[in-house]
Unconditional design. Structure first.
Length: 312
């Protein structure tokens, strides 16, 4: 029997319509830097952790990896409402936490301190809090716990693992970078590459050029982002999206571009890296978040201070 969740509505924030909004759930460790507190939890247990959080409930937590992303999302909402005050297709942020409501006061106070537009705080004592994602209509889930992310993906929710790092808050607009295979697209070509090497993968892509690539775990989120982006002309859009893929443009780029066209997914810039490191181009783009399935690419992004999320 699952533990019930306790949901705190943030009355400081105008409530969104979850049936129309792009709902993003973040865990407390994704949005705030709770590494010291998490260490305390693992070493001393839940009671000591709760005591610490209660004693420090008025001390704001430092920003975490997903913090700048949430701030940029807030900026997009502001721009959408400026152009149409009746618009309901907005970002809606909720925080999902394995904290008890008693130790969650510090989380709520921290969000209010930074003026974060978070509508709901869901405190779940159960081991698997991802069971509540679908009931909240979540389209993207960011967590610092690998098991959470795997559970969410198995439930059919776009999800990625956030690694704690020092992040320079980039300026607006919201910039999101997607890897191609196994992130935006399915991993079908990756599997051919593993089995038959690069030559086999290139031949497969040429043979399949007219057929769109299958959907990857973050396609649904990217499509909703694209839908929001289409409300604006390209010049004044508060959202910019990028594809940065290890594919080579000459041999494997055509099918990727045709797939995006077939999906009707607008991408501002596409970089076909032909296996070269992604870090330098990411440093240039300065995204609020970068999604990739390769841990070496995540490491390269972290090395240049880019907030990264791994899609396992």
């Amino acid at each position: 029997m699952a533990e019930p969740e306790s949901t705190v509505i943030n009355t400081n924030v105008e409530q969104k319509d979850p049936s129309k909004a792009l709902v993003i759930a973040v865990t407390t460790r994704a949005i705030f830097n709770l590494e010291e507190e998490h260490k305390l939890y693992l070493e001393k247990g839940k009671e000591e952790y709760t005591r610490h959080q209660q004693a420090n409930q008025d001390k704001p937590l430092p920003p975490g990896t997903a913090f700048a992303f949430i701030q940029a999302v807030q900026y997009v909402n502001k721009k959408i409402l400026e152009s149409n005050p009746a618009e309901r297709d907005l970002f809606d942020i909720l925080v999902l936490s394995n904290n008890s409501p008693e130790s969650g006061v510090r989380i709520i106070n921290s969000a209010k301190h930074y003026g974060l537009e978070i509508s709901k705080f869901c405190f779940v004592s159960d081991e698997d809090s991802t069971q509540y994602l679908k009931s909240h209509g979540v389209k993207l889930f960011l967590s610092a716990d690998r098991t959470d992310v795997c559970n969410a993906l198995q439930r059919g929710v776009s999800a990625a693992l956030v690694f704690q790092q020092e992040v320079q808050a980039p300026s607006t607009p919201l910039r999101v970078v997607f890897d191609g295979d196994a992130v935006l697209f399915s991993d079908e070509t990756d599997q051919i590459f593993q089995e038959q090497g690069l030559e086999g993968a290139v031949q497969y892509e040429r043979a399949m050029e007219a057929i769109p690539i299958g959907e990857g775990p973050l396609k649904a989120f990217a499509m909703h982002l694209g839908k929001m982006r289409k409300k604006f002309g390209q010049e004044r859009s508060p959202i910019r999206t990028y594809l940065v893929t290890a594919r080579s443009g000459r041999d494997m780029g055509i099918r990727a571009i045709k797939t995006l066209r077939e999906w009707g997914l607008p991408i501002d810039e596409a970089f076909f890296m032909d296996g070269a490191p992604k870090g330098p181009i990411l440093a240039q783009i300065q995204p609020h978040i970068f999604f990739d399935d390769g841990l070496h690419n995540i490491q390269g992004a972290q090395n240049v201070g880019v907030p990264s999320a791994w899609v396992p």
